[in-house]
Design a protein around this ligand. Structure first.
Ligand code: NAP
Length: 270
């Protein structure tokens, strides 16, 4: 890794000066780190799961579809066979963020506590786009669903996992933002508002965690070749957009020791 981790001799990197783009993580940058990812079964989340596993992370895959989780598990198994066994088999944890109740969150926190006693990373990647519609006409139940999956569920999951995050020597919580969560754009409705809320949640939680080993940041992947992008821009040629696999390294940097001490930041992956 070409970024020195902070120590007592090095000042904590300021989030405004830090830029994860262009830093090249070590092949084993995430070795020994226990990291949970939401929405790992498609798009950017799937690319993150593959890259994090390749870099040595022990993954907890929080997905809403058991069938898709098992397919991803099989892909990681194939990767393990090709890489000579360096991949740690993931834990599959079905969790539908729209329907989950307190007991579902508690069960995940309890399982992590029992197995590892700590959590070194939490990547909030799952999101719903909802409709691209003027606020005046926005369907109210869709608004509620988008805000629930993108904000409320991410809050609830983070809160229930705080004890295991606090138990880590260096826990990185990453929330996924978007350009429309930094500057409002007409018709992006609940999705844009949910991403503004996400940026706010990052700032509030990061400030509260300032004197702990838990750091909290946001990352905007930028446009990527995924189902969500197709839903937002149906007439666009998806082939012209970056493959999600090409966007994963800034996430690895932010989840690894290379960004230790960086908190309260809002970063771009491209
Ligand atoms: N793609 C872009 O151009 C772009 C740009 C800016 C920001 N982003 C952000 O990047 C992140 C990933 O987006 P993406 O483009 O990869 O989207 P995507 O391909 O639509 O994938 C979204 C993921 O979220 C999961 N998900 C949706 N609803 C869920 C629920 N109720 N419970 C659990 N999981 C749920 C999906 O699960 P299934 O696999 O079961 O469908 C899927 O794995 C999102 O936070 C998005 O806002 C994307």
């Amino acid at each position: 890794m070409n970024a020195a981790p902070p120590s007592s001799q090095h000042p904590t990197p300021s989030p405004t000066a830090f830029d994860p783009r262009g830093l090249v993580p070590d092949a084993d940058a995430l070795a020994g780190r226990v990291i949970a990812i939401t929405g790992p079964t498609a798009g950017i989340g799937r690319a993150l799961a593959m890259e994090f596993a390749r870099r040595g992370a022990e993954l907890i895959l929080l997905g809403r579809s058991v069938r898709k989780l098992e397919a991803l598990d099989a892909e990681l198994g194939a990767l393990q066979r090709h890489s000579g066994g360096a991949i740690v088999p993931p834990v599959l944890a079905p969790l539908d963020l729209e329907k989950a109740l307190a007991g579902d969150y508690d069960a995940i926190a309890d399982a992590i506590e029992k197995r590892w006693g700590r959590l070194d990373g939490l990547v909030h990647n799952a999101s719903l786009l909802g409709q691209l519609t003027p606020i005046e006409q926005y369907d109210v139940p869709t608004w509620m669903r988008v805000m629930h999956v993108n904000v409320n569920a991410a809050f609830a999951l983070t809160q229930v996992l705080m004890p295991v995050l606090r138990a880590s020597e260096d826990a990185s919580v990453l929330f996924t933002s978007s350009g429309v969560g930094r500057r409002g754009r007409a018709y992006w409705g609940a999705y844009a508002v949910s991403k503004f809320a996400t940026e706010g949640l990052v700032q509030v939680l990061a400030a509260e965690m300032e004197r702990t080993h838990v750091r909290v940041n946001a990352i905007n992947p930028g446009k990527a070749r995924t189902a969500m992008r197709r839903q937002a821009y149906p007439s666009e040629d998806l082939a012209t957009l970056p493959d999600p696999a090409s966007l994963t390294l800034p996430y690895v940097v932010l989840a690894s020791a290379a960004s230790r001490g960086v908190t309260g930041g809002s970063f771009d992956a491209q």
